[in-house]
Design a protein around this ligand. Structure first.
Ligand code: PEP
Ligand code: MN
Length: 350
């Protein structure tokens, strides 16, 4: 829909916008109001170049796109009935819990093995473990490829599928070759379109699930969904959307908790939402409440940092990993809340 700055376009202006949209296989339908005329674009209006050309005209106020820019991730797409399964859970039918260490310590593999057994016992379905880490400080521990073997050994010992973040194509290849079940795209790479494309291509013919974090600065929801569309466009729609807090606005929490965007995401997409409360609030003591808030907002899953001995951990673990006891209690409460809110949502749809 084209909204001009004036009440209606001159004949020359109308001829100009008509020429532009016709070049993209569309036509213009004026909608004449008592005071103002607006101009509908009839046809596929998703070509960015057509929109940019129209936006560049100095007599145009704005263009409101009616069609969704994300064909696959949109709630109305054919994929709306697609279900994602991981760790014995069908997303949407049961709350998915991903839990484990922020960072695997290659010098202390036993800690991950113990954490893995403990998170399984607490009720988690997927084990997370950071192999390579995106660190703000270039001198901080960056991770180690050796940790990939430790992660896969934890998988063999527990049977839990495993999740690790990949930041480049080399790590992507190593993780897939090793058999990692869920690839995490971190907040810092959430808008790295070459990486999103590379991941999309690499998982095309695999059952791999991708956990796409929301970027620190990722404001608009459509930007988040478009990032997911990059991956899905290569053929594997196993994508979980992960709000994890955006740039901090509160003195106290690590980031600005954004689990409240869950209902907004659900209005636009069919993709499950798996909230990460750990990076949102950034301190173990606040994590359980944030996890429950996410479930109350309608999240389909949680991704939580947990560690058998947080004080012996590295990366984020000493400050934000919760212990297995707290994890077990959080999962139990989250499940009860999920059952309540899920039943209410099903009822509301009927
Ligand atoms: C992590 O999961 O440990 C991590 C680095 O997350 P994020 O990308 O959300 O900061
Ligand atoms: Mn972390």
């Amino acid at each position: 829909m084209i909204l001009p700055k004036t009440n209606r376009l001159t004949n020359d202006q109308l001829a100009e916008i008509t020429r532009i949209v016709e070049a993209f296989g569309c036509r213009i339908q004026p909608i004449v109001g008592a005071v103002r005329t607006i101009y509908a674009i009839v046809g596929d209006e998703r070509d960015d170049l057509m929109i940019t050309r129209l936006e560049g005209l100095n007599y145009i106020e704005r263009i409101d796109k009616i069609q969704s820019p994300f064909k696959l991730m949109d709630k109305r797409s054919d994929l709306a009935s697609h279900t994602i399964q991981l760790g014995g859970v069908k997303l949407g039918e049961e709350l998915l819990v991903v839990a484990g260490q922020c960072t695997i310590d290659p010098k202390n593999p036993n800690l991950l093995y113990e954490t893995a057994a403990a998170v399984k016992e607490a009720g988690a379905h997927v084990l997370r473990g950071g192999v390579w880490k995106p660190r703000t400080n270039p001198y901080a521990f960056q991770g180690d490829s050796k940790s990939l073997d430790i992660l896969m050994e934890a998988h063999r010992r527990t049977g839990l599928p495993v999740d690790a973040e990949v930041m480049d194509e080399n790590q992507l290849k190593l993780a897939l070759d090793a058999g990692v079940h869920m690839l995490q795209v971190g907040a810092r790479n959430a808008l790295n379109y070459s990486l999103l494309r590379a991941i999309g291509k690499a998982v095309t013919d695999r059952p791999t699930v991708v956990l796409l974090k929301r970027s620190l600065h990722m404001g608009p929801i459509n930007e988040f969904l478009s990032a997911a569309e990059y991956i899905a466009s290569f053929g594997n729609p196993n994508i979980l959307l992960c709000p994890r807090g955006t740039a901090p606005t509160l003195d106290g929490y690590r980031n600005h908790p954004d689990e409240s965007i869950t209902p907004l995401l659900k209005e636009r997409t069919w993709a499950p939402v798996v909230v990460d409360p750990s990076h949102s609030v950034g301190k173990a003591v606040y994590v359980p409440a944030c996890a429950l808030a996410a479930v109350a907002y309608g999240a389909d899953g949680l991704c939580i940092e947990a560690h058998v001995q947080p004080t012996k951990g590295i990366g984020d673990d000493p400050k934000q990993a919760i212990t297995p006891d707290v994890l077990a209690e959080t999962i139990s409460q989250a499940r009860q809340l999920w059952a309540l809110t899920h039943a209410a949502r099903v009822e509301a749809r009927q």
